[in-house]
Design a protein around this ligand. Structure first.
Ligand code: TYD
Length: 213
């Protein structure tokens, strides 16, 4: 089973992805967590270029292709082999981030983002996407509290993040069967429990379908 987490920076999606991964492993469901951009040696190199090289000028189209290149490598080097080996894979971000950030945020036509994303991933879709929702003010406050420096993407202005939030909401609206909206403002444990319950139900359904005559 392939699971993705999406949401803006500071939404708490990474925390939730880690909690879910730990919990599933504890329950005896072998699970691997991978992050985007990154997750492979090449991907980590691309991540460094995209997020931490303030000396580089990166055009939005180039930015999108770099995210996509990292994703193409991740799917082929890690995600697909893990799935074939029977593992559950949790993605901390997937191409929906490109639709929201590069499409809605940077203004690259969304059909183009979708087409390239399909090519990069070979059409691999997650069974479920947990979209952790949070308002920009809370997200920024969290970053401040954590004393974190903004990376190149996070340094963008408020208006950009508003567009990104709209982009994620639009993805969820278009695929209601795939997206599960989670509230990033309620206590972490409560959300984690909800997410875990949702995944267990799905795994049960898959098992039942398999055993059906
Ligand atoms: P993330 O790994 O969530 O950041 P952090 O480790 O700091 O929590 O994501 C890094 C940044 O990259 C984030 O600002 C979103 C951006 N991003 C895109 O713009 N497009 C994409 O396709 C992906 C995967 C990430």
């Amino acid at each position: 089973m392939l699971i993705a987490f999406e949401g803006i920076d500071g939404s708490g999606k990474t925390t939730q992805a880690e909690l879910l991964s730990d919990r599933l492993n504890r329950e005896g469901i072998p699970t691997e967590l991978v992050r985007e951009p990154g997750g492979t040696r090449l991907g980590e190199g691309v991540r460094e270029l995209l997020l931490h090289r303030s000396d580089l000028r990166i055009n939005p189209v180039t930015e999108f292709l770099l995210f996509s290149a990292s994703r193409a490598q991740l799917v082929r080097e890690k995600v697909s082999p893990l799935l074939q080996g029977g593992k559950t894979v949790i993605l901390d971000r997937y191409f929906y981030s490109s639709i929201a950030y590069q499409g809605f945020g940077r203004g690259i036509p969304v059909p183009d983002v979708e087409m390239v994303s399909r090519f990069a991933t070979g059409g691999l879709l997650p069974e479920v996407v947990f979209l952790v929702e949070i308002d920009i003010e809370t997200a920024l406050k969290r970053r401040e509290l954590a004393g974190r420096q903004a990376d190149r993407m996070e340094g963008a202005e408020l208006e950009f993040f508003q567009k990104v939030i709209r982009g994620f909401a639009e993805c969820a609206r278009r695929e209601p069967g795939r997206f599960v909206l989670v509230d990033g403002k309620v206590p972490v444990e409560k959300t984690a429990e909800e997410i875990f319950g949702n995944v267990m139900n799905r795994l049960k359904n898959v098992a039942e379908e398999r055993n059906a005559p």
